[in-house]
Ligand binder design. Structure first.
Ligand code: CA
Length: 227
């Protein structure tokens, strides 16, 4: 999953990004409101983390303008003050949740997971299809009750496919949701990752779950997809 982090405090931004990358997220950073709004509009994100107090454009203003473009990406606001007014203003401007600074990373992670679950309309944190089960909060993968070890990027791709099971996910969408802005999208790295994922997930199992639809994209399904 890919996150836009709009935060002008460099040290805090670095700390949040580091934690999120360790969790397998792809993270783009913006350091003021204008830059944040630009990235939010031009790129594709699963979540936007938006500080309220920002140079050039406030977080509330970024949020309002972004929603003005009919964009529905979930927004988590960071507010330095615990004043109710700030929170109300944030929520009224179109934010989905807020977190008061200072916060512990575990809480940020929990809020992000809750927003992702809501945005992909899931009831539980655990995503399943047949005998495959993944838990994005713990980064665990099991097939037929056996643990499978995945690298963070492999996990991120599998998570995206699982959140959208039975839907075609294009190569571009995989790139947009799993890699950050600096990724060279001309490489065939997605196909390579899908290849290793298929080995780890499907090898030795009668029902194949990961499918490549040539020229279209990928799909996780327990039935052979028709194109
Ligand atoms: Ca700030």
């Amino acid at each position: 999953m890919r996150i836009l982090l709009v935060e002008d405090e460099k040290r805090l931004s670095h700390y949040i990004k580091k934690g999120l990358v360790e969790e397998g997220f792809a993270v783009d950073q913006a350091y003021d409101g204008e830059e944040g709004l630009y990235f939010a509009k031009e790129e594709t994100y699963d979540i936007i983390i938006l500080d309220v107090m920002l140079p050039k454009l406030s977080g509330v203003e970024v949020c309002k303008r972004f929603r003005g473009f009919k964009k529905t990406t979930p927004i988590l606001m960071l507010t330095a003050r615990s004043e109710t007014e700030d929170k109300i203003l944030g929520l009224e401007s179109g934010a989905d949740d807020y977190l008061t600074k200072p916060f512990v990373f575990a809480e940020l992670k929990a809020r992000i997971n809750a927003l992702l679950r809501r945005s992909y309309r899931q009831v539980s944190n655990i995503l399943t299809i047949r005998d495959l089960e993944i838990d994005p909060t713990k980064h665990s993968v099991k097939r037929d009750k056996k643990d499978i070890k995945l690298t963070p990027k492999e996990f991120a791709i599998l998570e995206l496919l699982m959140r959208r099971k039975y839907e075609v996910v294009t190569r571009t969408q995989v790139i947009e949701h799993v890699w950050d802005y600096n990724f060279d999208s001309l490489s065939n790295v997605v196909d390579v990752f899908i290849g290793t994922l298929r080995k780890k997930i499907d090898r030795g199992h009668k029902t194949k779950l990961i499918h490549t639809l040539h020229g279209v994209g990928y799909m996780i399904s327990d039935k052979t997809p028709k194109v």
